[in-house]
Write a protein that binds this ligand. Structure first.
Ligand SMILES: C[S@@+](CC[C@H](N)C(=O)[O-])C[C@H]1O[C@@H](n2cnc3c(N)ncnc32)[C@H](O)[C@@H]1O
Length: 276
């Protein structure tokens, strides 16, 4: 079960305002961190499958760099936003977008006359936190990613240091550990309660299977607060903000900090076959 109906309704409702909601300085910083990783992983000419593309910010980033992207999202209005963004950038030849859930993707690709092979899979900013069971991701990786290919997953992490401090400071300790509560955690999105799954890194590894190796974990927003604290962040003196941003860049790749961000960016490589 994906918790899909609630997520579909919620993200359909959110689509029109999504770019505005995610348009602050914090989100911009977090997005830049993930784009630096995507740019290194996928040079021009690569073919990438994107799951939960939202309004297409990463789709257009990748396609604009010469990557061919097949993007999908559960929510049709998100798909329309992505299609419009792709059109505005004149990237129709590089990016294709379709309304499809993670669960339906492997059967769809399997049914094509010539099953496609990708250089990698991308899913960013929590699309997979809407999905209870990541088996479908494992199936896609084993059947549709070439040996040596890359899987990059941006997920909301189970421990966000800033969030824990914030809830402790605002005397709401019961919320401090909410990401570690028994799944699913009810999270309001555009007025709808969306069951949200804060996956363990070990569970994501298990879903991708032994043929895929976790090569790095990058914390996204380790020393920068979660985006919902944007208004408070803007009241912090600029010099302190700059210090946080620099500290974030330094600490985010290293344990234990790399697991303490609002999001974690997991970088997997599919093993090459023995004869490669
Ligand atoms: C928080 S948004 C992130 C969007 C985009 N990746 C980004 O970086 O801005 C999560 C997206 O995942 C999509 N989503 C949720 N569950 C999904 C599923 N099972 N299959 C495909 N997309 C899904 C939602 O519709 C939503 O657009």
């Amino acid at each position: 079960m994906e918790g899909a109906p609630a997520a579909r309704i919620a993200f359909d409702r959110l689509a029109a305002s999504y770019d505005g909601v995610t348009g602050g300085e914090i989100f911009d910083l977090l997005r830049k961190r993930t784009h630096a990783v995507l740019a290194r992983a996928f040079p021009s000419g690569c073919r990438v499958l994107e799951i939960g593309c939202g309004t297409g910010i990463d789709t257009v980033f990748l396609a604009g760099r010469g990557v061919r992207v097949l993007a999908c999202d559960l929510a049709e209005r998100m798909v329309s936003c992505t299609a419009r963004r792709v059109g505005r950038h004149g990237l129709e030849r590089s990016a294709t977008v379709m309304a499809c859930s993670l669960g339906d993707l492997a059967p769809y690709l399997d049914a094509l006359d010539e099953a496609p092979s990708f250089d990698g899979i991308v899913s960013n900013f929590g699309a997979l936190n809407c999905v209870a069971n990541l088996e479908a991701l494992g199936a896609l990786t084993s059947r549709h990613v070439r040996p040596g290919g890359t899987v990059i997953l941006g997920l909301m992490g189970r421990t966000c240091a800033w969030e824990t401090l914030y809830f402790a400071a605002t005397k709401r300790p019961h919320l401090a550990g909410r990401r570690r509560a028994a799944s699913p955690v009810p999270v309001p999105v555009a007025g709808i309660t969306v069951p949200t799954f804060y996956h363990r890194v070990s569970d994501v590894r298990a879903a991708l299977g032994s043929g895929t190796r976790l090569t790095s974990i990058l914390g996204i927003g380790v020393m920068i607060p979660p985006p919902y604290l944007e208004a408070r962040w803007q009241r912090v003196p600029p010099i302190a903000r700059r210090l946080c941003i620099s500290a974030d860049r330094l600490l985010a790749p290293w344990p234990p900090f790399n697991r303490l961000g609002d999001h974690v960016l997991l970088h997997f490589m599919k093993e090459r076959a023995a004869h490669d």
